[in-house]
Design a protein around this ligand. Structure first.
Ligand SMILES: [Zn+2]
Length: 443
């Protein structure tokens, strides 16, 4: 396995701005006298030793200056690429080209890129490597730096890392058995199973209740590792989708719901219902019905019968909110009870104080999630867990140039079957290219 790992904020705790002149390699700021004081994160040395003992190659990939990177990497006993200019791949690719055995590992998919910022994740996606977003420190105001995305956790999550870890021990177990650490739906399509969701939001309310948003797979745009499954996202809307496909989706959801820490205390499991116009009909219901869970399944959400158009046509967050406010509501199904006179009565099932899990197909802006959470809370629900099957992650460009006009091409996906192709996107599809298309053979 080839492990490409970031230095600052990943192996050593040098995220504070006081380290900046050293990182920049300023002449009057030699790191040499302070080498012994460089704060190495707990577990970092053991991690390096352990991976080497298992036969892995470890290479530090850092944006910092070689006057700083080299002595630290000599001390740690690892190879290095300095002034890497992440997320650009040029410097890294030059290094890999000089080391054919490393290049081979990247091409064979035996490569991890590890780091604490979105730049590391983006770099990894560019070369098709698995990525681990590693955050071993607490982000405080004085280390926030918008320029390179340090301190912006949400941006790193939106870049779509393959895995996330907070300790070196966690990282070891991911590298040792990566299939069972994928997100649950990605794992299901890789013939494995997992309970690790993408943890997007945790909102605590003053009464002690909480609302959480989780995703079970990534829907990539552009280059990514092979486990991201935009193809499966598109397949959901394909009328030709098979029972086996639906079963894999449902088994990913079931694995997540049936983990020990989740299978108690939840009263209802519900889903974002299909609209009358949804294709295929019962797009969500068929998946929902296949999920295996002891939690009571109920239909709580309802689109108004006169809903016009789709949420995806609303580009602005505010427009999406208005659309949801107009058309999506909570409506409890009726149940039969017997009153004190022995008379049967139809009453709505109670929502007050109940804990609810909601299933949706895709998370983009989060507008639907927060709308549903607010509506359920208004009706008295206590804890809400909102699960989206797919998280749409940020797009990543790639380095393939159009042979006709020389512009960079994007990886696109045919919606009907998830087939990938390079596109020199013409103006009618929002690009400024010539329209050239090049097929990408299936892996
Ligand atoms: Zn072109």
């Amino acid at each position: 396995m080839l492990i490409l790992i970031d230095l600052d904020g990943t192996i050593i705790n040098t995220v504070h701005p006081t380290w900046k002149p050293y990182k920049d390699g300023q002449e009057n700021c030699s790191i040499e006298p302070y080498l012994a004081q460089v704060p190495i994160f707990p577990g970092a040395r053991e991690f390096i030793a352990s991976r080497k003992a298992k036969g892995d190659s470890i290479i530090v990939v850092s944006d910092s200056h070689f006057r700083y990177v080299n002595p630290i990497c000599d001390m740690l006993g690892v190879e290095r690429v300095s002034l890497a200019d992440k997320p650009n791949t040029q410097k890294l690719k030059e290094f890999l080209d000089n080391h054919p055995n490393y290049n081979q590992e990247v091409n064979n998919g035996n490569c991890f890129v590890i780091g604490d910022t979105k730049l590391d994740i983006e770099l990894g996606r560019h070369i098709g490597a698995m990525t681990i977003w590693f955050l071993p420190y607490i982000i405080t105001d004085d280390i926030k730096d918008e320029r390179d995305g340090i301190g912006d956790e949400m941006l790193s999550k939106k870049m779509g890392p393959t895995f996330a870890a907070k300790t070196f021990q966690e990282m070891e177990s991911i590298i040792d058995s990566h299939l069972s650490n994928l997100y649950p739906i990605e794992a299901a399509f890789a013939d494995s199973s997992s309970v690790r969701a993408i943890r997007l939001n945790d909102n605590r309310y003053s009464d002690g209740s909480c609302a959480c948003i989780r995703c079970l797979a990534r829907q990539e745009q552009g280059s990514c590792d092979k486990y991201a499954r935009a193809d499966k996202y598109y397949m959901m809307s394909n009328p030709q989708r098979t029972q086996a496909f639906l079963q894999s989706l449902a088994s990913g959801i079931s694995s997540y719901l049936n983990q020990p820490s989740l299978n108690q205390g939840w009263d209802y499991f519900t889903y974002l219902t299909d609209k009358k116009t949804t294709t295929p009909p019962n797009k969500m219901k068929e998946i929902f019905d296949l999920v295996a869970t002891p939690i009571q399944k109920v239909r709580l959400l309802k689109w108004s019968d006169n809903v016009q158009g789709s949420l995806r046509d609303q580009n602005q967050y505010k427009d999406r909110q208005t659309f949801l406010q107009n058309y999506l509501s909570v409506e409890c199904p009726m149940e039969t009870t017997v009153d004190m006179f022995g008379q049967e009565q139809q009453v709505p099932i109670p929502l007050a104080g109940k804990n609810v899990i909601v299933l949706d197909d895709q998370l983009t802006t989060g507008a639907t999630a927060w709308h549903v959470i607010r509506k359920l809370k208004e009706k008295g629900a206590r804890n809400v867990l909102f699960i989206a099957m797919f998280q749409m992650v940020l797009p990543v460009n790639n380095d393939v140039m159009c042979p006709i006009c020389g512009q960079p091409m994007l990886i696109k996906m045919r919606r009907s079957d998830g087939h990938r192709f390079y596109s020199c996107t013409p103006p009618q599809y929002g690009g400024n290219g010539c329209g050239y298309i090049q097929d990408i053979p299936n892996q």
